[in-house]
Design a protein around this ligand. Structure first.
Ligand code: NAP
Length: 207
């Protein structure tokens, strides 16, 4: 994120990290069983969510997980390429036709969790049953808030780039409904901080 907590500009441009940080993220991905993002991140960035900057071995790529109630993931997007396996979590709102298009040719596995939006506790149980024990959430801000609110985040690692974007509509690290009073804010414990190139890395445990 930028110093003012933005993870994208108000037009959705989100290239923030320096080269060293991108390598750090890919190394971290490689240690994980899964990487998860919300559907708006897929639609905005068309990410690959692989470890291609540090390895060309397909086995180093963790499972990619998209939280996508209505199965809006476009079948031609890179998240469904054959570089790594992908799981799309949808709710009962997703149409059978869209689910079928995502499952076609083994592009993705689709699981249904929840009636309207994806039920994140149900999703974590399903992932646990599949042997996914470590999961890195990579945004965006709406899903970040829901995961924190559901008590499903153990640790937070942020990279603060020496940039300020501003913009009242620009997404921040955590948006969603937010809390009304500071006494209800999610509390963190500082574990580690260090500089990486021009960026600052901060690691917290969630209390
Ligand atoms: N700088 C960075 O590191 C970084 C990282 C990631 C993203 N980004 C930026 O963040 C922006 C996208 O963030 P965003 O906040 O708009 O979207 P998001 O968090 O990526 O996706 C949110 C969507 O996920 C779906 N969803 C399904 N179940 C949910 C649940 N239980 N809780 C929350 N969401 C659920 C909802 O859509 P449905 O109801 O349709 O399913 C919801 O609108 C993009 O501009 C992207 O570039 C930046």
């Amino acid at each position: 994120m930028t110093l003012d907590g933005k993870i994208a500009t108000q037009k959705g441009s989100s290239e923030i990290s320096g080269q060293e940080d991108l390598l750090r993220v890919h190394r971290l991905r490689k240690e994980m069983d899964g990487i998860m993002v919300g559907i708006n991140t897929v639609l905005a960035d068309d990410p690959r969510l692989t470890v291609h900057k540090i390895s060309s071995n397909p086995e180093d790529n963790p499972l990619r997980v998209v939280v996508d109630s209505k199965a809006r993931t476009p079948p031609e997007y890179r998240i469904l390429n054959p570089e790594a396996p992908t799981l799309i979590a949808v709710s009962q709102e997703a149409s059978p036709d869209k689910i079928k298009a995502l499952e076609e040719d083994g592009k993705a596995e689709v699981i249904i969790c929840g009636d309207k939006q994806v039920d994140l506790n149900c999703l974590m149980d399903e992932l646990g049953n599949k042997g996914i024990k470590t999961l890195m959430l990579e945004g965006g801000s709406t899903l970040n808030y829901s995961m924190l609110g559901a008590g499903l985040v153990n640790e937070i690692r942020v990279c603060i780039a020496p940039m300020i974007a501003g913009g009242v509509k620009a997404k921040t690290l955590v948006d969603g409904k937010g809390v009304d009073y500071m006494k209800d804010a999610f509390r963190l414990n500082l574990k580690k901080s260090y500089s990486l190139g021009k960026d600052l890395i901060i690691e917290y445990e969630v209390l």
